[in-house]
Design a protein around this ligand. Sequence first.
Ligand SMILES: Cc1cc2nc3c(=O)[nH]c(=O)nc-3n(C[C@H](O)[C@H](O)[C@H](O)COP(=O)(O)OP(=O)(O)OC[C@H]3O[C@@H](n4cnc5c(N)ncnc54)[C@H](O)[C@@H]3O)c2cc1C
Length: 397
Amino acid sequence: MKAIVIGSGIGGLFSAGILSEKGYDVVIYEKLAFPGGRFTNLEYRGFQLTTGALHMIPHGSRGPFAGMLRKLGADVEIVDSAPEATALYNGEVYEVVSDSFPILTVMKFAWEVFKEKIFRKEKSLWDMVSGFDPFTKKFTRAFCGWSLSILPEDMPFSRMKKIYDMVRRYRGPGIPIGGCRAVIDSLIEVLESNGVKIFLKHPVERIITDGSIVRGVEVKGERIESDVVVSDIGHSLTAGLTQSEDYMSWVENLIPSRGIKISVAVKEPFVGHTGVMFTLDTERISGMNEVTQADENLAPGGYHLVMTHQPVITSNVRYEINLGLKDLKKLMGDREYEILAIQSYSGDWPVNRVSAGRDVGFRTPFENLVVVGDGAKEDGIEVEGIAVGVVRAMEEL
Ligand SMILES: Cc1cc2nc3c(=O)[nH]c(=O)nc-3n(C[C@H](O)[C@H](O)[C@H](O)COP(=O)(O)OP(=O)(O)OC[C@H]3O[C@@H](n4cnc5c(N)ncnc54)[C@H](O)[C@@H]3O)c2cc1C
């Protein structure tokens, strides 16, 4: 049996790993000159910046993502964050633990969860927390911005509850030694030893369909047949490649999430730990990390690499960047810092191909075509949701 994987992002590589273990003959076609998609390093003056991700694995060595790496035999060392998170609030830094939230808020939350279970009336996360104390409201906004690149107004509470349950179960983040690229390199080593072939600079131009069956793909004008096609490029781009009007109209309203990342060099540590620092007093920046606290080689000697993240709220990206820069200036005060890169993510290179909580699953109108990656993830933060989604999709094939 032959499987074609379109795209070499995390979703594509995980799928190729599982399929090759199942005995499929797997070929990956990647449009770009490098593998890894939005989860790999971009070296700049000795700083390991990235094509997307903030070098963080949302549940560190304990979650589904790390579990998948172990299952496939990929050797990646993950430093679990300690503390997992702090919050900068009213100029003070607090460690975020369950005691950080007032007891009344905890009780109100339990009551809201109970009501949701009984009445099943959908409300947004923001509606849910609107009567809570100011710290919890600001923390909720920062958490959504940092972890999901959305506003709490756009997150259905029932979906957020699943993410919350995962955080309780698997706990907070971790940083892979070597950054995102170490994960990709290790996965590729495993895939190659399983006989998977990866063709870079080979964009898939068309998915060849015959009724409800996919027959293969077209690459560089050549027809390549396969029994199964796994697409790691989200439903919208996949539908476009099939040229199926039904599929295209089914997915036309899927909204990606957009974000802005600012990579900053500092000499004196700013965050000072391996976790996330949520920023509650800012207008746009939701949080930041300092990945060199886990792996000093992610920056040249004498420097720390700080990455900030913010969701894009209006349609004016330049305006959003300016607000982020204003926040950064306020956060840094009179410390010395240098901006290394400002990257904005939208369109075909977004934060998530489908905004968190709005995912529509891996199925397509075609029996042997599935979508993986963050365009079809299950409930779970970022690459954790991808790992869970890949498992479900591969079970179906
Ligand atoms: C700013 C930012 C910060 C983030 N931070 C984190 C984080 O810290 N932790 C975390 O878990 N997640 C984070 N994420 C999300 C995470 O990076 C993505 O969810 C994940 O990398 C997406 O993987 P994927 O498999 O869905 O697809 P992608 O990485 O998008 O891979 C798809 C691949 O398909 C290729 N492709 C496209 N079209 C074709 C075609 N026609 N033919 C062949 N190939 C094609 C693309 O070139 C690409 O390489 C962040 C994202 C951004 C943008």
